[in-house]
Design a protein around this ligand. Structure first.
Ligand code: ADP
Ligand code: MG
Length: 396
């Protein structure tokens, strides 16, 4: 689960990390009083969307000369003018894709006098089986470009889980970031704090780009992007409450209500499969025969008719779906349950695209009989190859 920058900063602040003062607003009328509550004279108006690269982004409605999604403002009037121009419009950045994201919330923040912009992230480094700091002196800009062009400028400091961040680790990070004086003292305190926040809140990613050294020599978290491990959310009701469903794919939200493993993709063949491995194989074979899957969907091992019905409805509601492939290997999952789910869903929502069903395993005959007797226009397939070829051909 992802959260907004202003929420991430609140979480980090609660652990003692230095962040700027700021106020989140959802209407331009609130901009003036938000700015007045800050020290000034420099303010920053920041779009709150679940995507990075906002500073260099453009608002679609404002044309090619549009200013970005993070704007320095030198007076309260400028804050208000910027807020009016940004709220409700669609920001397109490197990370949003072409459709962009509507900006429904702004963070009005105290402006900082920046001396240096650094990069710092914390992630689970699976290669070493540890949480690691990834840092670079080349902050503020596109870290992917730094990784590509000057990989030696990115330094990885893994943390031993039993020890946490030791003085040695913190010093290593300070060295990598070339911190001296007050900034170094701040770093020695900040890095253990960030690690504590990361592990206690079950984050899967914490990215601060930039972490800045201010002209007064102090460190400050200027941007913050945090993702949490969805499987651990049950033990963090405070974090769960930060979820902003308007930022998420509506189909994925619906799927999560039914505990379905669903990921929306770009292609046009909807897939309903049981088991993640079979789902991956199904997606691969669709690709092999020249089309792309519209989604990853694993209905799981012991799905009920209701769950299958919900899954089928989510697939059919997607306007990109030009054909559906149901591929079930019945082990614990019974083929007749799948067949009943498909028939129930089609009766409720109709079927406007070709449907190919391949059933195999437990109760396969019963399942096929249910489909045959339903009177629905279903193409049945015998194996994975046959199924993929049939649906690709039907979609054309
Ligand atoms: P994004 O990464 O989405 O573009 P950032 O929060 O990193 O958004 O902001 C982009 C740039 O704007 C930063 O690299 C920094 O130079 C500047 N900036 C952001 N917040 C502030 C602030 N509070 N004070 C001064 N400059 C800021
Ligand atoms: Mg940033």
């Amino acid at each position: 689960m992802n959260i907004h920058e202003y929420q991430a900063k609140q979480v980090l602040k609660s652990f003692g990390a230095p962040v700027a003062e700021g106020v989140a607003i959802t209407s331009a009328d609130e901009a003036e009083s938000a700015a007045r509550s800050l020290p000034g004279p420099l303010y920053v108006v920041k779009s709150q969307i679940h995507a990075g690269g906002r500073g260099k982004g453009k608002f679609k409605e404002l044309g090619p000369d549009s200013k970005g999604g993070v704007r320095l403002s030198r007076s309260i009037e400028e804050v208000v003018a910027n807020a009016r121009e940004m709220l409700g419009n669609t920001l397109e950045t490197k990370q949003t894709g072409e459709q962009g994201k509507q900006v429904n919330r702004l963070y009005i923040e105290d402006g900082a006098d920046i001396d240096r912009e650094l990069y710092l992230s914390l992630l689970v480094d699976r290669a070493v089986g540890k949480v690691a700091f990834v840092v670079s002196t080349e902050g503020g800009m596109d870290i992917e470009a730094v990784a590509e062009e000057t990989p030696d400028k990115i330094i990885n400091v893994p943390i031993a889980p039993m020890d946490g961040v030791t003085q040695d680790d913190a010093a290593k990070i300070c060295d990598a970031l070339e911190l001296t004086g007050q900034a170094r003292d701040d770093g020695m305190t900040l890095f253990p704090i960030l690690y504590k926040a990361f592990t206690e809140k079950d984050m899967s990613l914490l990215e601060i780009n930039p972490l800045i050294v201010m002209e007064n020599g102090r460190l400050r978290v200027l941007d913050a992007k945090v993702s949490f491990d969805g499987n651990a959310l049950f033990r963090h009701p405070d974090i769960k409450a930060l979820r902003d469903e308007t930022e998420e794919d509506a189909k994925e939200i619906e799927a999560s209500k039914y505990d379905l493993a669903y990921v929306a993709l770009e292609g046009d063949i909807g897939c309903m499969v049981n088991g993640a491995g079979l789902a991956m194989a199904t997606m691969d074979i669709i690709k092999l025969y020249g089309k792309s899957p519209a989604n990853f969907l694993d209905v799981g091992g012991g799905a009920t008719t209701e769950k299958v019905t919900a899954a089928f409805k989510i697939i059919t509601a997607d306007p990109n779906v030009k054909g559906i492939l149901v591929n079930i290997f019945g082990g614990i999952m019974r083929c007749d349950v799948i067949a009943e789910g498909v028939v129930t869903a089609v009766k409720e929502v109709g079927l406007k695209v070709p449907l190919v069903v391949r059933l195999e395993g437990t109760n396969v005959e019963k399942g096929k009989a249910i489909l045959d007797q339903s009177g629905l226009d279903i193409t049945s397939a015998d194996d994975l190859d046959d199924a993929a070829q049939k649906i690709v051909k039907a979609v054309g």
